[in-house]
Design a protein. Structure first.
Length: 740
């Protein structure tokens, strides 16, 4: 890529001559862009640079002209322009807009955009060996073998180690041949481009509905314009096939495509499908990728040498050269909301990113978020429905098991009706899945002598027993301790009892009921690595398990062809919270889980254990009247001015002392004029639902404002004058998803 290609897209082209003042944004926690002098040779706007900051050298980006409000004598020079693709204008605009929307400082935004190791180092090189023109003065067996390997593999290059191994010689033999130019030594960048993907390879024959859906998305890509499409289709309807063909169109146009997936565990199945379709692997970007691979991915994306990127939400911040399509698979998934640092929602930011790039967005889900459903209803997004499963597969038959009329002991969780259904599957050699969205053995450990519930020392949370690991664990801070013999409060031994079920306890019950069945427990804490989890999932898909007991980990996208029964242990679980999205989440999760059953040619059944089978949400789940459910849910939110019809912002103040956090909260609640000025309201302060995490007391305020109100400006004004003592922290979460 020449410099020409870079500046052609920067409008107007900004070049700074040596010595001119430039403003450099660094990833250091400083509130402003810093002035430097352009280095010898000058620099372009957007260039990644190395600058001195105090005694250190830090990474920065040329953000614009210098401000000139600094003592000229103290202004230092940019040390060097780094050998990476400069930040493009649309990326800069994207970071600025996300920063402004989420109230995240620009330094933190730049950190997100430069999360690859070694950007300040020159691209690392390695020596590779290939056949040269020279003729050796004399031949030995070893020399003959080396040349034979190189001849056999034509123009291919090898590392010294590879070549020595393949020829069965030592490196000194190869070095001797290099001296005589019979073998050439070439310096090659260590970060190799990704193998090209070929959209011209044969695709699956799409059904009429799939082809229509895919064609509609491809039209947008062909036209090179922005657009967002909600692709709603039951599990197994072929959404992935549809968007893979959209990816193909994007690649044919020579533009890059990004597919966001909510779980790393999901990627391996998807990677396989990409390879089948396009003949090579895409670039990967997520927490399971090595540092070396990360660096390669970041650099290659910037050079346009990665065509398709499969990743987690932070892949949005890669330096794409020309992004033409973003797919957000399972768009309703909670994990798209970043809950740490910059609090952004990847689904919304994907739409923003695409609008700045004339790119298309596909939001795929069987159970869309209410936000996307409403956006489609308003015509802001297009909507395409795939109503049938591919092939002969049909949606499972769904029924409630009314727990009020089942006779079940207090410490048992699987009703006789469900036991019967599992037994019938066992007899036929089919798989059953029992779903309970609770990790561990039991959510509560209580002392039967004094009534004490064992809690975390650092958080206001109960410790959860994990019997497989023989430990108690706090699900807030991750602290674990051995299961005590005696009550930590009264000291009486042997009286600690487990209360309520977790997946491990259900597994124990299943083992008792079906001692000969092969059982697998799928829960995120039971697998040391993504690889171990993948292996387990593959094993289950092969049919090596009879009964699967799982948390929400199993709700997502895995394909278990022999699974014909899904039993939900506690369908009421999600309905108890006071969370705004409790109904929506329960509806999505239950429909997703049920969708696991009967994918192939055998019809499936989903049985939901419930103590309130007449609850409107449970009724909607069972009847499958999705549109009715969304309409009712939307109407309720609209009536109360809640998202997506109004705006929310959550403020969390935390401090080592509860009183200090409350004082600040009370002060803010009284000084609410800037919020009232935009027609908003401040609720609180109140102890956060989990009032203490990692030893810090947490107090919440909630701001509610009309949809079009300038909430960011009002919030900024509101907290501007607050001088935070060192040990107090205040964080603002725009469009909060959870309220803990
Ligand atoms: P979804 O993403 O909606 O869950 P998938 O795209 O994974 O659905 O499709 C479900 C299964 O059906 C996959 O194994 C897929 O390969 C297969 N499938 C879907 N559409 C077709 C098609 N047109 N031709 C062949 N196989 C298909
Ligand atoms: Zn804790």
């Amino acid at each position: 890529m020449g410099a020409k290609g870079v500046c052609a897209n920067m409008n107007p082209p900004d070049f700074y001559e040596e010595g001119q003042l430039v403003g450099v944004l660094t990833a250091e926690p400083i509130d402003r862009v810093l002035d430097y002098k352009a280095p010898a040779g000058g620099c372009w706007m957007g260039a990644y640079v190395q600058v001195p900051l105090g005694p250190r050298q830090v990474l920065g980006v040329v953000w614009g002209p210098g401000r000139g409000d600094w003592d000229p004598a103290k202004i230092r020079s940019v040390v060097k322009v780094l050998d990476v693709a400069p930040m493009r204008a649309e990326m800069k605009a994207f970071l600025e807009k996300v920063g402004a929307y989420t109230l995240t400082p620009m330094s933190a935004m730049l950190r997100l955009a430069s999360r690859a190791p070694g950007l300040m180092n020159p691209p690392s090189m390695r020596k590779l060996y290939q056949l040269g023109p020279g003729v050796p003065d004399r031949m030995t067996d070893a020399r003959t073998r080396v040349l034979a390997v190189l001849e056999e593999y034509g123009g291919l290059c090898f590392t010294m180690k590879e070549l020595a191994e393949m020829a069965g010689t030592s490196s000194s033999v190869i070095k001797g041949l290099v001296k005589q130019s019979a073998v050439l030594e070439v310096d090659t960048p260590r970060d190799a481009p990704y193998l090209p993907l070929d959209p011209g390879r044969p695709s699956k024959a799409l059904t009429e509905a799939q082809a229509k859906a895919s064609g509609q998305i491809q039209d947008g890509i062909k036209a090179g314009r922005y657009g967002t499409t909600l692709l709603k289709g039951v599990t197994g309807s072929g959404k992935t096939e549809v968007y893979l063909e959209a990816v193909a169109e994007c690649l044919r146009k020579g533009r890059q495509a990004l597919v966001l997936l909510p779980e790393i565990a999901l990627t391996s199945e998807f990677l396989k499908r990409v390879k089948e379709r396009f003949g090579a692997d895409p670039a990967e970007w997520h927490s399971g990728v090595t540092m070396t691979e990360r660096r390669r991915c970041w650099r290659m994306v910037g050079q346009g040498a990665a065509q398709l990127i499969v990743g987690a939400r932070s892949a949005l911040y890669l330096p794409y050269r020309d992004l033409g399509l973003i797919v957000v698979d399972e768009e309703h998934d909670n994990s798209y909301k970043q809950e740490d640092g910059a609090l952004y929602h990847a689904r919304d930011m994907a739409v923003l990113r695409a609008s700045l790039n004339d790119a298309q967005v596909v939001l795929a889900s069987a159970t869309p978020s209410l936000e996307s459903w409403v956006n489609a209803r308003n015509g802001k997004y297009s909507r395409i429905d795939l109503v049938d499963r591919f092939g002969d597969a049909v949606m499972p038959d769904m029924q409630a098991i009314d727990m009020r009329s089942e006779s079940l002991r207090g410490d048992k969780w699987i009703s006789p009706s469900l036991v019967g259904a599992v037994k019938a599957r066992l007899d036929k050699g089919e798989q059953s899945l029992l779903f309970l969205n609770r990790r561990g053995y039991a959510p509560v450990t209580i002392c039967r002598a004094c009534g004490e519930q064992v809690g975390c020392d650092h958080c206001d949370a109960r410790m959860v027993e994990h019997r497989f690991q023989k430990r108690l664990m706090c699900h807030q801070c991750g602290e674990t301790k051995p299961m005590p013999e005696a009550c930590p409060s009264c000291g009486v031994e042997g009286k600690l009892a487990a209360v309520g079920p977790g997946v491990e306890r259900v597994a124990e019950e299943v083992t008792g009921l079906f001692p000969d069945a092969r059982i697998a427990v799928l829960s995120s804490d039971l697998f040391g690595s993504a690889r171990a989890l993948k292996a387990k999932i593959a094993e289950i898909a092969e049919g090596e398990t009879d009964i699967i007991i799982g948390t929400q980990l199993v709700a997502k996208g895995h394909n278990f062809p022999r699974l014909t029964l899904v039993g939900v242990i506690d369908a009421d679980l999600g309905l108890q919270g006071s969370d705004l999205r409790a109904a929506e989440r329960t509806f999505q999760l239950m429909r997703q889980v049920a969708g696991r059953a009967g994918r192939a040619d055998v019809p499936g059944t989903a049985l939901l254990q419930s103590f309130q089978p007449d609850h409107p949400v449970i009724r909607a789940i069972l009847s499958g009247d999705e549109e009715g459910f969304w309409q009712a849910e939307a109407a309720e939110r609209e009536a109360t001015g809640m998202p997506p019809f109004g705006r929310l912002a959550g403020i969390v103040i935390s401090a080592p002392e509860a009183a200090a956090a409350f004082d600040l909260g009370t002060y803010l609640a009284r000084a609410d004029a800037p919020i009232r000025a935009i027609g908003g309201m401040v609720y609180g302060p109140a102890p956060a639902p989990i009032a203490r995490v990692r030893g810090r007391h947490r107090v919440r305020l909630l701001v509610k404002a009309p949809k079009t109100a300038p909430i960011q400006a009002a919030l900024t004004k509101w907290v501007k004058d607050v001088k935070l003592p060192n040990n107090l922290r205040l964080s603002i979460d725009i469009d909060p998803q959870s309220f803990y």
